[in-house]
Design a protein around this ligand. Structure first.
Ligand code: FES
Length: 164
């Protein structure tokens, strides 16, 4: 039976504590990290595919009002694409129509239109938006109002979608 004098020197320099032998080696750690990263990447691909396939369908066309229901310089409130989405239809002095979401892009107050004005005003923090293209003109909002696409079909104005 070999005694302590017969042991190689590395045994004393690098002693192995067998009670700690269940700790992970570097190779095992690298393998774990590689497999873990691969698993997370795979889950991300699956979630992205599910997200793409669950895109909401485009908003359906819906009649908003008759062409003569809004006087030049006036406005009319409506809901589109659902009853939970307030919108505002504007008619400028030349008779052209534009429609926008009525939800302010700052903190979601309802924007209002004063007859003959060129801007939509938000009373909460004095934000304002262009009534021509919905871009922010003043106050805290930095994003434009979503535009409701409007088509004239005979005597009717029909919403056909939303442009964010
Ligand atoms: S919510 Fe409209 S300006 Fe703040």
């Amino acid at each position: 039976m070999p005694g302590p004098a017969d042991r190689p020197r590395w045994v004393d320099d690098f002693p192995i504590r067998w009670d700690q032998d269940n700790y992970m080696t570097r190779r095992e750690l690298a393998k774990f990290l590689t497999l873990g990263s691969g698993l997370l990447a795979g889950v991300n691909v699956i979630l992205a595919a599910v997200g793409v396939s669950r895109q909401p369908p485009p908003a359906p066309a819906a009649r908003i009002a008759g062409v003569d229901d809004v006087a030049p310089g006036g406005s009319l409130l409506f809901r589109y694409p659902t009853a939970e989405d307030p919108c505002i239809l504007l008619r400028d002095a030349s008779g052209a129509f534009a429609a926008f979401s009525q939800v302010c892009t700052h903190l979601s107050c309802a924007v209002v239109h004063h007859a003959g004005a060129d801007a939509l005003e938000c009373p909460c923090h004095k934000g304002s938006f262009s009534s021509r293209d919905g871009r922010p003109l003043g106050g805290p909002p930095t994003r434009r109002l979503p535009r409701v696409l409007v088509e004239r079909r005979g005597g009717d104005l029909v919403a056909t979608g939303i442009e964010v």
